[in-house]
Design a protein around this ligand. Sequence first.
Ligand SMILES: [Zn+2]
Ligand SMILES: [Zn+2]
Length: 541
Amino acid sequence: MNLSLYGLGERGTGEKGPEDEWIAVDCGMMIRQDLPDSPLQVPNLDTLSTLGIRPRALIITHGHEDHIGAAAWLWPKWGCPIHATPLAAGLLRAKFIERGLATDAIRVIEPGEALECGAFTLRYLPLTHSIPESCALLLAAGEHRVLHTGDWKLDPEPLIGKPMSSTTFRALAPVDLVVGDSTNAPMPGHSRSEGEVARALEHTIARCEGRVVVSCFASNLARVLAIGHAAQRNGRRVSLMGRSMERMVAVARGLGYLDDFPPLVPVSDLGYLPPNEVLVIATGSQGEPRAALSRLARGRHHAMELGAGDSVIFSAKAIPGNELLIERLKSGLKRLGVTLLDEFSHPELHASGHPAQEELRTFYGWVKPRHLLPVHGEPRHQQAHRELAETLGIQAPLIPLNGDLIRLDAEGLSLVSRHPQPPCIVSQNAVAPLPGLAGPNQGPRHGSLYLALSVTATGEGGWTRIGRLMLDASQASPIDEEAFTDWLDETLETLAGDTLAELRLALQPRLMGWFADHLRRLPEIHLQILAVEAPSASELG
Ligand SMILES: [Zn+2]
Ligand SMILES: [Zn+2]
């Protein structure tokens, strides 16, 4: 969930800076899998109000939900211009229209172009990622130049758009600060190219005999295009399943991205084709129960039945927290006799959109940052990113948390103030603060306590805690963290739950009981349970 604000002025020295010297970069959402009905969580704007910050523009780096998904909910508070590349602008417009908002604030900027925004000069620098038109932003203000990378990878063969231009980025060196993508910083090596995945898909599909269903993320247009071409070369007709897939393909076609995509066959016509001429591109790789793929696995799809001889290819990775839903989907497919190809049996059929260590080194060799702020990742990803930067002689003194106000000046980076961010969710078509946990007594609460718990699915259908416990009790009465952690780990072992929401439901009352017993005064308690990937052996080593 991304929302960054950049300001120029004396903020942090006690003087109030001019209100209009701020810009916002991205405005994303996350899905709270640990809450009933998995609502959207969006950034809390209270801190900005308290600090008197009102951005004069919203700058979008790319069209992924964790970068644009909250804009239709939060932008009305600002009413400022929104700048985005054509695809992201198209996706945003669709969201605004859905919410009944006017779309004239959304302005299209082409990758490579620049714009002036108050004290800032911004350049959109094209990158490669897993959605077209992703851009880094070079922000120049006063004597500082900051490179906000957004999400990226170094893809020599992105299929849509050009590879990253080393010349463009070398010309920026040295930049004062990189605010950069940490997602894959613990991973050695280099991410796979979309070109490689396309060839692997073509070979794999060539060996399939019956019907083929390929599931991938709708926003990865290069992948969708590659699957379409692989189908065509193997004499198969293409059909789409899934609303988000249809919407994405429609927006992309409008922008001329899929001009050489094979003509589509309506789903209702699939029954007339021989099995070896069928290829379906479907959403639902995360086991979403209502998606077409899950209906196919249950034998409940109105237009197609899968059986022995047919194949389902997962050209996507499991998002942590979805493991059990995906397992259910896969066992349904196996029961039908369908052949499964996934990230475990065929890692060549998917590529990550984020940079591994070799890519980070290459890129930092180009732009030569003096300082790094590692963002976009969990603390262990940020920590790995920071360590890598330090081996390159880049100063990376901070691991920022949401709500940190950070200053860059001649002395480097420093933390000015830390503002805890009480979660806000979208509920009944409005943004509302998520209340703290209900406790044994409903008396007045004293201070707030934030607990973020990272868990990973165990093979036995349970959950185990990993990584550092994120406990911010600075506004509550003191707590013995060691005793709490020991108790928590023991308790987690005894709890079952197929989903994060079930785990949360089981944990909540026990948690409140512990706090009621151990704290002098009960604070408002906010719990977030996050599913994360278990660190691989190479990361731990
Ligand atoms: Zn992202
Ligand atoms: Zn992204």
